[in-house]
Design a protein around this ligand. Structure first.
Ligand code: PEP
Ligand code: MG
Length: 322
C-alpha cells in the first residue's frame, strides 16, 4: 500500500479521460517545499508566511524574510511559488505583540489583510522581501481575508509603490501577479465587481465554511455542523469557479477540502482543475483523481447542485465513488 502510493511520485495527475489536474502544495516550512518538489507538485499554491512570525518574540526583518522566500522560490526550480501575505489573528495567535490580545470576536477582528493595511511598515517590509525574491523565479502574491474591491486596490497601490522604490534602488525584481483568497462570503458574492482587478484566485474553504455557516472552524463541540457538504457551500464554490473560468483567472482551492481524497470527485464535478494541499496528502489525492472520469463527473454536476441537504450530498459522493 505504502509502496504503491510511493510509485505515484513520478506519475502525472491525470483523470481516466485524460484531463490534466494540477496539484500545488501548501507549505508552512522549508521541509514542505523540498517535499513538494520531490512529489512533482506543479508549484507552491499557498506559502504560509505565518510560520516565520509564530513561536518567537521579535519580528523577522526584511532580510530574514527575503532569504526564506528566495529559498522557497529556488527550491521549486522555476515553478510558481504563491506567497501569502501575513495571515495572523483569530486562530493564528503570535507572540510578537502584532495581534491584539483582547479582541471580543477575533475571527471577525483585526486579522489577515486588515492587519497588514493597519501596520504599513510591517506590510512594506514583507512586500519588499517578496519582490526581492521574485528576481529568483516565479513569485505570485496572495492576500488573505479580503472582503472586496477596496482592499484589492489598496494592496495593488502598495505593491506598485514598493516595486517602484526597489527599482529606484537598482534592485532586480520580476513580475508578481496579485491574487486574493476567497474565504470571506462577501468576497465570493462581490467577486463579479472586482475579478478584473485580480490576476488569480485561491479558495480558502477552511474559513469560507466557517463564515458561511457561522460555525467556528476549531470548535470541538459543534462536530458535524462544520462541513463543506452544505448546499450553500456547494453553490458558492460552483459560482466562484464559473466566474473565474469566464474571466480566464486561474483558480485553486487551498483549504483542507482540497486535501481530502473523498472530496476530489465533488470538486472535479464543479469544474475545479487546480488543487493546493499539504504534501503529506498529495499522493492520496493524486491516486483518487486518477480514478475519476472528469466528463462523467461533469455530467453529474446538475444532480449535485440539486442536492438539498447533507445526506443527499453524501449520497451523491458515494455514488460518484462507486
Ligand atoms: C483557508 O482558510 O482555507 C486557508 C487555506 O487558510 P488558513 O487555513 O491558513 O486560514
Ligand atoms: Mg484562511
Amino acid at each position: 500500500e505504502k509502496r504503491q502510493l510511493a510509485r505515484l511520485r513520478r506519475e502525472p495527475t491525470c483523470t481516466l479521460d485524460g484531463v490534466d489536474i494540477r496539484l500545488f502544495a501548501n507549505a508552512e516550512s522549508r521541509e514542505d517545499v523540498a517535499e513538494a518538489h520531490s512529489l512533482g507538485a506543479a508549484g507552491i499554491g499557498l506559502y504560509r508566511t505565518e510560520f516565520l512570525f509564530l513561536q518567537r518574540h521579535e519580528l523577522p526583518d526584511e532580510d530574514e524574510q527575503f532569504r526564506a522566500y528566495r529559498d522557497a522560490v529556488m527550491g521549486m526550480s522555476g515553478q510558481p511559488v504563491t506567497i501569502r501575505t501575513l495571515d495572523v489573528g483569530a486562530d493564528k495567535t503570535d507572540r510578537t505583540g502584532l495581534t491584539l490580545r483582547d479582541e471580543p470576536n477575533p475571527a471577525l477582528g483585526l486579522r489577515g489583510v486588515r492587519l497588514s493595511l493597519a501596520r504599513r511598515a510591517l506590510f512594506e517590509t514583507q512586500l519588499r522581501a517578496v519582490l526581492r525574491a521574485s528576481a529568483y523565479g516565479r513569485v505570485r502574491l496572495l492576500v488573505p481575508m479580503v472582503t472586496g474591491a477596496e482592499e484589492v486596490r489598496e494592496v495593488r497601490r502598495e505593491l506598485a509603490r514598493v516595486a517602484a522604490a526597489l527599482r529606484a534602488e537598482g534592485q532586480p525584481i520580476g513580475e508578481v501577479p496579485l491574487g486574493v483568497m476567497i474565504e470571506v462570503p462577501a468576497a465570493a458574492l462581490a467577486l463579479p465587481s472586482f475579478i478584473r482587478e485580480v490576476d488569480f484566485l485561491s479558495v480558502g474553504t477552511n474559513d469560507l465554511v466557517q463564515y458561511l455557516l457561522a460555525v467556528d472552524r476549531n470548535h470541538e463541540g459543534l462536530g458535524r455542523l462544520y462541513t463543506p457538504l452544505h448546499p450553500a457551500v456547494i453553490r458558492v464554490l460552483r459560482d466562484t469557479f464559473m466566474l473565474a473560468q469566464r474571466h480566464a483567472r486561474p483558480i485553486a482551492v487551498c483549504g483542507e477540502m482540497a486535501a481530502a481524497p473523498e472530496y476530489a470527485p465533488l470538486l472535479l464535478a464543479l469544474g475545479l482543475t487546480d488543487f493546493s494541499l499539504h504534501p503529506g496528502t498529495m499522493l492520496e489525492v493524486r491516486r483518487r483523481i486518477r480514478d475519476c472520469d472528469f466528463a462523467a463527473l461533469q455530467a453529474r454536476r446538475p444532480a449535485l447542485l440539486r442536492a438539498r441537504d447533507r445526506d443527499s450530498i453524501e449520497r451523491w459522493l458515494s455514488e460518484a465513488a462507486g
